[in-house]
Ligand binder design. Structure first.
Ligand code: DGL
Length: 266
């Protein structure tokens, strides 16, 4: 049946906009309701219990606002809470890890896959488990790059300081032929990361692959939006809406108009 309800997408900040962008590209007729939990950013260094608490609060807020599907556009949330979010939601929930691993398995030439992400994601071993589930003959080396997300949230994707940081982090992953950007903020640093690792390493980001899963879930569930009017997108930030809007304009593009301040859980 036609379903004009929005697709809910959330992250700790602007990183999940990389996934929202890919969904808008593949599904231009769908409305998106995005929540950036900027007041609790960053999630990556926090204990899993704390991340789970924030994630459940946002999931409940999305359900109250009547979304038809939830996209967990944050690896740190996925490792901490995807089962809980799925149980609480009552609508389909889509994550970013399996799509990224699937793409990496197809891309790798020698089976030497690398993954970079937050501390929460790297420590969880979730990517290793996802790779094992594919049954592919490949190994995974991972490295936490905690400061990357801070640069992205400041809108810095180009400074010398950031580049020096990237060189330090990525030195440990020489030898991989494919590198998974295991944090939804990192595609915004793909230019820098590619330059540092060199042209022979294939970068894999989950955004496009996740958007394909969203597409398939809409078609299989027969819940596409069929209205002829333009979709309406809504962006909520639990932090400073103006700051969020400025960055979102750069990273997401013209679909962003106003950002509303969200106080979840009250
Ligand atoms: N974008 C996030 C992720 O995919 C989290 C960034 C953060 O809040 O630490 O892990």
């Amino acid at each position: 049946l036609p379903d004009s309800r929005p697709i809910g997408v959330f992250d700790s900040g602007v990183g999940g906009l990389t996934v929202a962008r890919a969904i808008l590209d593949l599904l231009p007729n769908e409305s998106i309701l995005y929540v950036g939990d900027s007041s609790h950013f960053p999630y990556g260094p926090k204990p899993l219990d704390e991340i789970r608490g924030y994630a459940l609060e946002i999931a409940r807020a999305l359900i109250e606002r009547d979304v038809k599907m939830i996209v967990v556009a944050c690896n740190s949330v996925e490792v901490a809470a995807i089962e809980d979010v799925t149980r609480a939601a009552g609508v389909p929930v889509i994550g970013v890890i399996d799509p990224a691993v699937r793409a990496a398995v197809h891309a790798t030439r020698r089976g030497d896959i690398g993954m970079i992400g937050t501390q929460a994601t790297v420590n969880s071993g979730a990517y290793e488990r996802a790779l094992a589930r594919t049954g592919a003959d490949a190994t995974l080396a991972s490295k936490a790059c905690p400061s990357f997300v801070e640069y992205v949230e400041r809108g810095d994707t180009m400074s010398d300081e950031l580049r020096a940081e990237a060189e330090r982090y990525l030195a440990d992953l020489s030898g991989v032929d494919t590198l998974i950007l295991g944090c939804t903020h990192y595609p915004l640093l793909a230019g820098l990361i590619q330059m540092v690792v060199g042209p022979d390493v294939m970068l894999v980001s989950s955004a496009e692959e996740t958007a394909k899963d969203v597409y398939a879930a809409l078609v299989e569930g027969d819940v596409q939006r069929h209205d002829h009017g333009p979709p309406s997108h809504k962006f909520l930030s639990t932090g400073d809406p103006e700051q969020f809007r400025g960055l979102a304009e750069v990273f997401l593009g013209p679909e962003i108009s106003r950002v509303e301040a969200a106080r979840l859980g009250d």
